[in-house]
Ligand binder design. Structure first.
Ligand SMILES: [Ca+2]
Ligand SMILES: [Ca+2]
Length: 361
């Protein structure tokens, strides 16, 4: 089985962990609104089904929205607009830099039009839809950043950078997502008119442990929209890299699900289309491996492999420390034994002396 097939299968088989009691019955992976390393790009550098803008650069492993340079911005948007009634996004990104303070931040979007470029974290202001903002720069100096904010806009609101969006946020939470050891993972769910942002708190990538960060009920969003992610730097600089952006459509019942609504002939067409896409990706991977015969293993090293390597390296360190401890313990035991023998000898000598004294008396 190819790695791409296993990747797709993995997503279809993953158990769905509920966040609330009223849960969707069906969750479908939407590959035309998703990307994930190590299959982000085609050989010509484009990301299938996505448009890049500004300083964004895509590689097989990730999309670098902004490099670690001042006053840069970039974004990536789905080519097609989606009209899922309910949906869920799982985004994994890394914001890293040397400064104590973050450079600006990143935002995830669902908007009527593509934001492309602009003054709001690399995307257009006066958007119609929602922005989930990951603000790293504490402009109002209230020491409440990095923060995650949900900001809704009907196309008329001018984003308030001066207050770090706090005057406009419908809900927010303070969370450290910059310079984290592992890439940061967030889940954004729009279901039954409730928008929830939850963040990963698990220990390993195979966990599915998310905790709620922000929630807005009765939220009306455009009936169709583009998904996007953007980032910007200001007078400071940070790298802003997106490792994966996964979209799922959700439905309350199987009958309501998009899969069940598709007529058989259409479904066959979609399946064929998906198969072709899969074949194309596999061919690209083979071509890449042919072109990079030495670096192929590193280039296509999976997340799991990387995880495993880290675990093994950790275990080796623990083993090494145990060896040192064992050595120290042995020395202590020997020292105690020597001391005990010394005491025993001293006691014997004393007895002898006492006996001798007794004899002499
Ligand atoms: Ca602030
Ligand atoms: Ca800010």
């Amino acid at each position: 089985m190819s790695s791409l097939t296993s990747f797709i299968l993995l997503f279809s088989l993953l158990p769905y962990t509920p966040l609330a009691q009223d849960q969707p019955a069906h969750r479908r992976f939407e590959y035309k609104y998703s990307f994930k390393g190590p299959h982000v790009t085609l050989p010509d550098g484009t990301v299938p089904f996505w448009d890049k803008y500004g300083d964004a650069i895509a590689s097989p492993d990730e999309v670098r929205l902004v490099p670690s340079l001042r006053h840069h911005s970039g974004s990536i948007w789905t080519k097609q607009n989606a009209s899922f009634t309910h949906w869920e996004l799982e985004v994994s990104f890394r914001i890293a830099g040397h400064g104590r303070q973050g450079a600006e931040g990143l935002a995830v979007w669902y908007t009527k039009e593509q934001g492309r470029s602009g003054t709001v974290y690399g995307s257009a202001d006066f958007w119609d839809g929602i922005g989930i903002i990951f603000d790293t720069n504490d402009k109002d100096l209230k020491e409440n950043n990095p923060a995650i904010l949900i900001v809704g806009n009907n196309g008329k609101l001018n984003y308030d950078h001066e207050s770090d969006g706090s005057s406009q946020a419908l809900d927010s939470c303070i969370k450290n997502f910059r310079n984290t050891i592992r890439p940061f993972r967030a889940k954004i769910t729009y279901y039954q008119r409730t928008l929830r942002v939850s963040v990963f708190k698990g220990m390993s990538p195979s966990d599915d442990a998310f905790e709620l960060c922000a929630e807005v009920q009765n939220m009306i969003i455009p009936s169709s929209g583009y998904f996007g992610i953007s980032a910007a730097t200001g007078i400071l600089a940070d790298d802003h890299d997106v490792l994966s952006f996964l979209t799922y459509s959700l439905s309350r019942t199987w009958e309501e699900s998009l899969t069940s609504q598709i007529p058989d002939s259409e479904r066959e067409k979609f399946e064929k289309e998906f198969e072709d896409f899969q074949k194309e990706m596999e061919k690209n991977m083979e071509d890449f491996q042919k072109q990079h015969p030495k670096a192929d293993e590193d280039a296509f090293e999976s997340d799991n492999q990387r995880e495993l390597d880290m675990v093994l390296a950790g275990q080796n360190r623990v083993l090494e420390e145990l060896r040192v401890l064992k050595g120290r313990l042995k020395m202590t035991v020997e020292e105690q034994k020597r001391y005990r023998d010394f005491l025993k000898d001293s006691a014997l000598n004393e007895t002898t002396t006492v006996k001798k004294e007794n004899v002499s008396v």
